[in-house]
Each structure stands twice: as C-alpha cells, then as structure tokens.
Design a protein around this ligand. Structure first.
Ligand code: ATP
Length: 259
C-alpha cells in the first residue's frame, strides 16, 4: 500500500503494514494484531514519542543487560515483524542470546520467525523445535517451553511485548525481567523489574544507541545507574505524564479547523 509522505499518521500506518506483512508471512498471529491495537491506544496517549520516563528505563535496561552474566532477548511474532534487524544488532552489542518464545507456538511458526531473524543477520536462534525442551514452572501456555541454553539459565531476560503471567513466572525464578510495554497499567509493566513504556519501534533503536554509549563504562558506573533506578517511579511518571497531557488537551481547542 502506498502511504503518502505527508500523511499525518504515516508512521503509524507503516507499522501496521509491517504487522500485516508479518501476518501474511506467518510470523504474526491474528491475536498479535489485536494486541498491537491496545498498544497503539497507549502510544496515542504518550504522544507517540519516547518520553523522559522511557529514556531513564532504557538506560537502566541497557546497564542491566551489560552487567548480566547470561542475558537473553525473548522474541515473539510482533517483535520479529517490527524490529528484526534491530533485535539482532542489539543482541550482538550486548552479547545476548536471542530466543523465540511464542504464546501460539507451532513448529512452522517458530522456524519462520527464526529464519526471518537469520535473514536479518542472526547466526543463532534458541527456542526452536527440540531446543525448547525445558519448562518454566507455573505457566500453562506454550510460553512455558524454553531453551535450556537460553531463558532457563538466563539471569536477565528482556521480554518486549510480553504477557503478565510469563513476566511473573520469570520473576519467581529470580530473573531480572526487562519489559517494553506501551501500557503502564498492564500486569507485565507492573511486575517487571524495568519497564520501558514506549513503542518497540522506538525503544529498540534507542537501546542500540545506549548500548554503544554504555559499553565502555566500568561495572561500578553501570551498577550506579541501576542503583538509582526505581521502576515504581517510572510507572508513576508515565501515568502522571498521560494525566497532565490529557488535562492540558482538555482545556484547549480540540476540534480541528477544516478549511
Ligand atoms: P498483561 O497480561 O501484561 O496485563 P495484556 O493482556 O494487555 O497485558 P497482551 O494482550 O498479551 O497483554 O499484549 C499486548 C501488550 O503489548 C499491551 O499491553 C500493549 O500495550 C503492548 N504493545 C502492543 N504493541 C506494542 C508496541 N508496538 N510497543 C510496545 N508495546 C506494545
């Protein structure tokens, strides 16, 4: 579909096109399209740009991943469709493993996603087929199946676009969980250690820049960043930002002048 460069919702339409394309390729499931709709709504509320609370969370997330002994980035269909090359680049910079983890898991879909990521430069993708032979306790969906070389042994797991059950299960296993979720009220956002309230399409490229910047810092400098980070404050700030923005909008001219 041709989207004119001047279209006011161009960026948002391009994202939708990527997801529809991913759907046709068998990467994204229909439920993923609906989940994206929920995210879009919150993106509207935060002004469709990366806000200060997300920038601080991104810094803490990158510090945590750089400090990790065994960092893993968990990838689902929507993430693979939206930012495949960026995930590969980030994993490379952080020395992290990439693992496919799907709520609606089929062998074919796992392989389609793994091949898609390989097409974007990945050399190793965990969690495909027999590799997902371990299970996470307290989870009943197919997401409980993980790789014994990946999420099972990871100390820090990044889960862009996760569901609350799995985030809680990973926390109970004493893992540090980093979530990217546009909804500051979701169970995922509220149960992760670090929540980046931003769109994955903006957050992952910013994490790449931050990883380049922090890569040369000492461990004590990275630890200092983490020590000063408070996820509860981040979520409060996200809600206050939305609240303030809506208050301002509600006392200004809302209707558009049509000429
Ligand atoms: P939870 O189980 O955590 O309460 P949920 O049931 O809303 O959350 P899902 O429907 O599994 O979770 O996933 C959708 C979540 O992903 C939503 O919270 C939505 O805000 C978020 N989301 C969707 N698209 C994006 C995106 N592009 N970037 C960041 N977050 C997104």
């Amino acid at each position: 579909m041709h989207i004119p460069p001047t279209h006011p919702r161009r960026e948002s339409l391009i994202i939708r096109e990527k997801l529809v394309e991913g759907f046709k390729r068998g990467i994204v499931v229909a439920e993923g399209l609906i989940a994206h709709g929920r995210g879009e709504c919150f993106d509207y509320l935060i002004g469709e740009s990366t806000q200060e609370f997300a920038i601080r969370a991104i810094e803490a997330a990158v510090a945590s991943l750089l400090l990790a002994k065994y960092p893993v980035i968990s990838v689902n269909g929507n993430t693979a469709a939206l930012v495949p090359g960026e995930i590969v680049e980030l994993a490379h910079l952080l020395n992290a493993k990439i693992e496919v983890n799907l709520f609606y898991r089929t062998r074919e879909r796992e392989e389609t996603i793994a091949n898609w990521l390989k097409k974007h430069g990945a050399t190793e993708i965990l969690g495909v087929g027999e590799d997902a032979s371990a299970t996470i306790p307290e989870l009943f969906s197919e997401r409980r199946r993980v790789s014994p070389r990946g999420i099972l042994i990871a100390d820090v797991v990044m889960v862009p676009l996760e569901d609350g059950d799995r985030t809680e299960a990973l926390r109970k296993m004493n893992k540090t969980v980093i979530a990217i979720d546009l909804n500051p009220l979701s169970r995922t956002a509220r149960s992760a250690n670090i929540t980046i309230v931003d769109n994955v399409v903006r957050a992952i490229p910013q994490m790449i820049n931050k990883a380049r910047e922090l890569k040369n810092k000492s461990r004590s400098e990275l630890e200092e960043i983490l020590k000063n980070y408070d996820n509860n404050r981040t979520l409060q700030e996200a809600l206050r930002f939305i609240n303030k923005r809506l208050m301002e909008l509600s006392s200004s001219q809302i209707t558009l002048s049509i000429k």
